[in-house]
Design a protein around this ligand. Structure first.
Ligand code: NI
Length: 184
């Protein structure tokens, strides 16, 4: 099942999401649907709040970038109840976009290395370190769980320049090539 993507201005994108328990109904199906929705909209990552569910779950499939970044060859995963507990390395600027903020692409500065704890669909715990592009995508998706969007990280001048566009988006003035939803 393909979900519509909630767009900037939707209140669910600004909520702090909740952890889930192993008895969460139809978790396996939800994870499958998250991947399906992400592929249908050409995304690299998708967080549950973007489909209107305020739970701490996101999926990533960055395997299509394996030519450029060989370490991404098998980077397809669901992260549940994740906690980034360490961020270090260099502060790196890289362009980001977001399915919930269609039509924009802006540079964001983030640390290059993270350590993260999470459980997978079987609730098996993992504790891993990521760098570079993987760390970038994880931090972007993780922000969604805390009600944050990448545009919150922009430099003040960029934010000012984008204010009108974002205000229009929140009123439904945007174009996207996938199913969307805007619920205040
Ligand atoms: Ni996003």
């Amino acid at each position: 099942m393909i979900y519509p993507i909630y767009i900037y201005g939707s209140s669910v994108l600004r909520k702090v999401a909740e952890n889930i328990t192993p008895d969460y109904p139809e978790l396996g199906k939800f994870v499958k649907d998250m991947f399906e929705t992400m592929y249908a909209s050409d995304g690299v990552g998708l967080a549950a709040p973007q489909v209107g569910k305020s739970i701490r779950l996101f999926v990533i499939d960055a395997t299509m970038y394996a030519d450029e970044y060989p370490e991404l060859a098998d980077f397809k995963k669901a992260f549940i109840n994740a906690e980034i507990y360490e961020r270090d390395g260099e502060e790196v600027s890289m362009g980001e976009g977001c399915l919930s903020v269609p039509g924009l692409h802006e540079p964001v500065v983030r640390p290059s290395r993270i350590r993260i704890r999470y459980v997978d669909e079987q609730f098996t715990p993992h504790d891993e370190q990521y760098e570079g592009y993987a760390a970038r995508v994880i931090q972007h998706e993780y922000d969604h769980l805390d009600g944050k969007l990448y545009v919150d990280h922009l430099a003040p001048l960029r934010k000012t320049l984008l204010r009108t566009k974002l205000a229009a988006m929140a009123k439904g003035k945007y174009k996207a090539a996938y199913k969307t939803k805007l619920v205040k």
